[in-house]
Design a protein around this ligand. Structure first.
Ligand code: ATP
Ligand code: LTN
Length: 331
């Protein structure tokens, strides 16, 4: 046992990971792994809230695990596991359902967005999604949850549920804090700079995947939607250009001001091509290592089995406490 603070976060295997997932989440996870005891989950139970082909879900789950490792998460230092392998997530989520109000869940913007996009399948899981997420986090007595900006509201709800439960019984859950970067917490679509880059976008030119080839990355950046101002600034009036600069800055660690200075007087085409180059070079080793890892099924299996065992141990401690407090008879 260590006295390090605890991190929990997860990504849905709802498709291949995007540059948004990398900058908003994974990259921060890698930089935090030394100081914290970390649990990084592949949330397959969340992914089935939208209809999925079983073979795609299987493939994406292993691919996301390979992406985690290839991006620099060390399976020896972090607990990497698959959500459905630890039944305590489903069990706690049922209990927490009884401490979450219909009204609260109705206000979740992700639910509203996703119900619009999937109007033929507005299932109870989609509505209940944030409660499962709260269970994920609260099971591990998590201190910090590194996520992108779009998850802030869900995290607020997790905190409310934890506090409500603690007040009704006695302190049971740690109340988690969000970790959301100031810059880069919301990478925008290359085709519609007003909406988030998302792996479930219908237009594939809107997102960059971690496994896109260099040619594809260059093509997508060259087609990126900008504006007619004709000058490179970092402002909300030029969201497309702002997004390119954000991506450039996050991947090179150069400040926004340095980048603005470098491109003053230059054209949009220069910025687009140079950003594409930066992305290509950053993603190249991740793509190559992921391709190698997905072929090594034995290794991946060892990682997720060891991970599930470690996660299960911590999760059960919390679940037992919860069951006892609410009055369930111990087995
Ligand atoms: P989906 O499109 O299937 O809803 P997604 O691409 O939004 O998926 P998630 O699995 O929901 O991805 O998100 C995983 C993590 O990546 C979360 O922490 C989320 O905040 C972050 N993230 C997702 N998209 C972006 C983005 N465009 N910019 C920054 N962070 C992002
Ligand atoms: N809902 C998150 C994924 C997720 C998550 C979590 C993130 C599920 N459980 C726990 C942090 C902590 C999303 O990005 N859509």
């Amino acid at each position: 046992m260590t006295d390090k603070k605890i991190i929990f976060s997860g990504i849905q295997p709802s498709g291949s990971l995007t540059l948004g997932n990398y900058i908003g989440a994974l990259k921060n996870w890698v930089s935090l792994q030394e100081q914290y005891e970390s649990y990084y989950c592949i949330v397959d139970m969340h992914a089935i809230t939208v209809d999925k082909e079983p073979k795609d879900l299987r493939k994406n789950t292993l691919e996301v695990l390979a992406n985690y490792i290839a991006s620099g998460l060390d399976p020896e230092k972090n607990t990497l596991f698959i959500q459905s392998h630890v039944p305590a997530h489903a069990e706690l989520s049922w209990v927490l359902n009884c401490y979450t109000y219909f009204g609260e869940l109705s206000r979740m913007t992700q639910f509203k967005d996703k119900s619009q996009k999937n109007s033929s399948n507005i299932n109870a899981g989609l509505f209940d999604y944030p409660v499962l997420m709260a269970a994920d986090i609260l099971l591990y007595q998590t201190d910090l949850v590194p996520v992108g900006e779009d998850q802030r509201q869900h995290l607020e709800l997790s905190r409310d549920i934890a506090q409500r439960f603690n007040n009704r019984y006695s302190p049971t859950f740690k109340v988690p804090e969000p970790y959301i970067s100031k810059v880069g917490a919301k990478i925008m679509s290359l085709q519609d700079p007003e909406s988030k880059m998302s792996k479930s976008d219908d237009n594939e030119n809107g997102y960059i995947l971690l496994n896109d080839s260099p040619d594809k990355i260059m093509r997508k950046f060259k087609r990126a939607v900008t504006d007619s101002v004709g000058e490179i600034n970092y402002t909300d009036n030029q969201l497309g250009i702002k997004n390119l600069i954000t991506i450039y800055s996050k991947l090179t660690e150069e400040s926004v001001d340095e980048i603005l200075e470098k491109y003053s007087g230059k054209g949009y085409a220069d910025l687009k091509e140079d950003t594409a180059e930066v992305v290509i070079e950053k993603l190249r080793p991740i793509r190559e290592e992921s391709e190698r890892l997905v072929k090594d099924k034995t290794y991946l299996e060892k990682v997720y089995k060891d991970g599930a065992e470690k996660a299960q141990y911590s999760a059960m401690k919390t679940l037992r406490k919860v069951h006892k407090k609410i009055g369930f008879i111990p087995k």
